[in-house]
Ligand binder design. Structure first.
Ligand SMILES: [Zn+2]
Length: 264
């Protein structure tokens, strides 16, 4: 087995983690550590700082301990994260990467306008002004353009976008195995395109594995975007408080035991 496999667990602290996150963490653990004897990096994606709260960051550490997942690198606790790992500390670094991307343009269209119209800003040659406009990539690939549009690289609130941050961190951390829910397939394609534009050799030689999302009791797929409307029965913090164990959790995912899950 290859000893140099490195994957990452990369949650966003914009709410308390839910069942879908636990399933994703456990699949990453199984595929990386159990099946490939690889190493795991913890990345807490706090680039969208408007929604981040300390209790959400703490919840990530509590969840990883509860699931008993071994982490080889990344922040050890909340204080360590804030001091050494917050993505806000790397803003200049993301900006420098952005400046190397060819084919970007400034756009001042509203989301409502873009719903019914195509963006006319490429020709306008606007100057980026925080609070007024955003920086987008002019996407040439028709399939990605159809799904993702000319996606944002730098936001109106002067923060790097998820697509840019996630890619740059994967490159910086030398990640070579990326495991995500299949709600992120289009994101992966967008990031791959961005990596190619940056002449990157790390992300473009990664292995990718997209797993199906688990379904809630109501039969809905549990994705990141649904975390806000989750019922308390799906929130891990609540489950822990009620004494739920990892073994109980795995049964909610339809497996008889943790052993069964590892062999699935
Ligand atoms: Zn526009």
């Amino acid at each position: 087995m290859n000893q140099s496999i490195k994957s990452r667990i990369a949650p966003t602290p914009s709410g308390f983690l839910h069942l879908g996150n636990a399933y994703n963490f456990l699949v990453i653990y199984r595929e990386t550590v159990v099946r490939r004897q690889g190493k795991l990096h913890l990345r807490i994606d706090d680039s969208d700082s408007t929604r981040v709260r300390d209790e959400y960051i703490q919840d990530i550490f509590d969840t990883i301990n509860w699931l008993n997942i071994p982490i080889n690198s990344g922040p050890k606790d909340l204080q360590d994260f804030k001091k050494h790992f917050s993505q806000l500390l790397k803003k200049d670094h993301y900006k420098a990467a952005l400046e190397k991307v060819p084919g970007t343009f400034v756009c001042d269209c509203s989301r409502a306008f873009l719903k019914d119209n195509s963006c006319p800003c490429l020709k306008k040659k606007l100057i980026y002004k925080p609070g007024e406009n955003a920086i987008r990539l002019s996407v040439q690939d028709s399939e990605i353009k159809k799904k993702m549009g000319d996606f944002v690289l730098w936001r109106k609130d002067d923060l790097p976008s998820y697509q840019l941050v996630s890619l740059i961190d994967d490159i910086d951390e030398n990640i070579n195995l990326i495991i995500r829910g299949d709600d992120l397939v289009d994101s992966t394609k967008a990031q791959f395109l961005l990596a190619e534009l940056l002449n990157d050799k790390v992300f473009t030689s990664c292995s990718f594995l997209h797993h199906p999302l688990i379904k809630s009791e109501a039969g809905e797929k549990i994705s990141k975007s649904q975390s806000e409307k989750n019922s308390s029965s799906m929130i891990l913090k609540e489950l822990r408080r009620d004494g739920t164990t990892r073994e109980d959790l795995i049964k909610k995912f339809g497996f008889n035991s943790f052993e069964d899950f590892l062999n699935a």
